[in-house]
Design a protein. Sequence first.
Lengths: 425, 175
Amino acid sequence: MIPLLFGALFLLLLAGAQVGVALGIVAWVGSVWSGVPGIVVPQRFFTVLDSFPLISAPLFILAGGLMEVGGVSRRLVNFAMAIVGPIRGSLGMVVLVATNMMSGVSGSSTADTVAIGSVTISAMRKRGYPPGLATAIAAASGASASLVPPSIDMIILGSVVNVSIASLFIAGLVPAIVNGVFVMALTYLFAIRKGLPTEAWVGWAGLWKAGKEASLPLVMPVIILGGILSGAFTPTEAAVVAVVYAFFLAAVVYRELKLRDIPKIAYFTVRTTGVVALVIAAASAFAWVLTALHIPQHLTAMVVSVTREPWQFLLIVNVLLLALGTFLEAIPIIIIMGPILYPIAESFGIDPVHFGIIIMANTGVGFIVPPMGVCLYAAMAISGLRLSRILPFLFPYILALIASLMVITYVPGFSLWLPRLMIGR
Amino acid sequence: MQKVALGVWRLVCVFAMLLLGMLVLSTLLQVLSRYVLRHPFDWTEEVARYVFIWVAMIGAGMAAKDRAHFFVDLLLERLSPELGRYVTLGVGIVSTAFPLVVSWAAVELAVSNQVQDSPVLTVPMSVPYLAIPVGLILMALFTLIDTWRILRRTERSGRTDAEEGDDIPGAPVQR
């Protein structure tokens, strides 16, 4: 039964079915097969979507959209350029730094890849970067920044397992830097081997000016995190404050937002919400079927019979999640595997916040692993390059992110230091 | 069929904008009423939750029209055009049938919740529940039209640039 369900899911995905539809079909067939009335599928849709924290998803998407149209990407890229300019291969590092900054004002890694990639990929190519490398850098930067709060995936994880979203947000910051160091180090190696150019140092005055230009958008993550951590706002309320702030910035301060942009932004916000929501709903129905078939218990028994060592358990988790990440998107992995793995992790004495960050780092690698890498697709769409030309450059970045994942997994301090410092847990 | 779809489409777009406006307004009022009026409204959370379900399901329908839902096309690109057409047709059929079948169950579910009222607003629970069949039927409608269009153009269901516009606010809306 179980291999059949996963086999059917895999076949449907391979044939080009939409992820949400494929998950939904398998959930439907599974529920009817196991004698549960099919009505459970729409019931799961309703139950999982009827959630106040999830409302922050469209709000963060909207805030990111307003920021993007308001000309924020360009300012962030300029600021990042002023910081890392004189290093060899600096433009590639600018992409990483700017994508991380963008990630602090939007909730989706795909959106960050698009926002920064669309201003930087052509610039890299003009400066002599191989097109495949330019595309791989933009994609890897998006995947690497997936740990930067606010993150829709963290909100989803926090709403399906019992972990505070605020703790996950704050815990992601240092591991995001670890990811960034690995990606930048690899870019540096490429820069030396390919003789990529350096950019001119803009001087302290230039740095100050670019920093001032970028400071207003960068206040936003401070408002979001500060508001949530101090208990002033729930994540959803912080998201609507972010929308108001982004609107104010784009329309009043920068004056780059036009009235006719608003319907377009609204359209994309609702549509992207629909994409995310369908996957959430269908994955949750699928997860329900797995629970009805007692899969979590079987899996737990299996894992426990294999090992009693926490480090071996974490290795198994990483291999499992990376394998799932090749053909599933992050959201279904979080919704299906989160509730199954959490109780096991708890029995191994692993901190729930650290475990959440491990899951996020895993799904983050999946963002650039074909065939289901959403950041990879976003970057490919901008550069218009075929996968075969990107792969030679992409593969080392996948390995770099996996190496970083191992560090994040086996050094819990990176994830737990900040939350302990700031909220004393 | 195309004409009906276009009419439905315009209606859906206007409705979606209104819903998003309501979502922003209700969550904003929740913050403002607590910090400015010092007297939080009790209805904002429920309004926001139910409006969100509608935004989500209408958005799922809109995404089906633009082929914006996540999918993998690596295999499809490697098939012969002939075989690709059959695969596209097969996937199109199940992708249309699935939302229709579930929407049937979803209507039943909404009807069975008709008698129950929501805790704060006291609207019938069928109001938020109905979002699910409406969104699913939109998905089925647009998937059907899309599959038909692909097969008639004797194309395989590959990606085009505009479909990749996923998550790009301000990118041109594709027709």
